[in-house]
Design a protein around this ligand. Sequence first.
Ligand code: SF4
Length: 323
Amino acid sequence: MRTFQLDRPGDLAEAVRILAEDEGARVIAGGTDLVTLMRDGIQQPSRVLDLRDLGLTEIEWQPDGGVRIGALCPNAVDDRRLAAEYPLVVAALRAGASPQIRNMATFGGNILQQTRCAYYRLPEFACNRRDPGTGCAALRGDSAKQAIFGVSDTCNAVHPSDLAVALSALEAEVLVHGPAGARRIPIREFHPLPGDTPHRVSALRDGELVTGIELPAAGRGRVSNYVKFRDRASFAFALASAAVVIERAGTVVLGARIALGGVAPKPWRAEHAERALVGNRLDEDSIAAASAAAVRGATPRKDNEYKVELVRRVVRRALSELE
Ligand code: SF4
């Protein structure tokens, strides 16, 4: 492991200053991702910023009924009101990792996770995300777990976070702080598609860090569900998952948001499926139409064609289980 300098900034301004002046600096929160990457030599930061002195662990309820969750709040969060008003968040967190990992992992770190593409973590293989411009071993190799939406010639790795999928369906905003001050980024814009810059995992600008996540108030008549299909029953990353949020008046769907995980380089909003539900009753016919529409635009390869059917089924199950 390369030597690095460990900093414990005392306030946000100091953290931002260090990040802005040293592009090799990395933030560490729970360390469940960064430490493994450093151990394997995939990431070799010059400085590591331990943020534990900044607080950022609070859950703050807003006057409009929304909630702000600090970036360093652990994924093992135990908050009755959060569980009651945002069960989707808690379900996604529980599906994401073992209790031990959730004790360490944080909200900010979760949405900033690196891909679990096996080639990214093996330095002997070409990887545009790890070493820009070197190529993509997955395009010629095993693509069984790769993306079927938002695919590009530079990178077709999937985003690993369950939490980010739930936040996408809830239309959360990511709160960030940087050299130009504070700003908020809608979760849909927080994870860029690989395009020409597959090494960029987020919309953070130089010197910016995540300070929290804000969820809009839960509307009346809202129900939600998270379903995850994976290789084994114990903790594993999603082959396909679906977070669904439905707002109803009586039996009629007024609003629908469906986000997919494990199938794209970012949480993928299934907008065709959403449109198939709005204005209709939530019944077998509309659920069948939505699950069929959810795969519109998919571009699978031979190895991951099975994910098309998985998406249909995960959406159908997530919607069918709503009460
Ligand atoms: Fe790297 Fe992306 Fe290709 Fe995987 S899919 S090898 S992460 S460039």
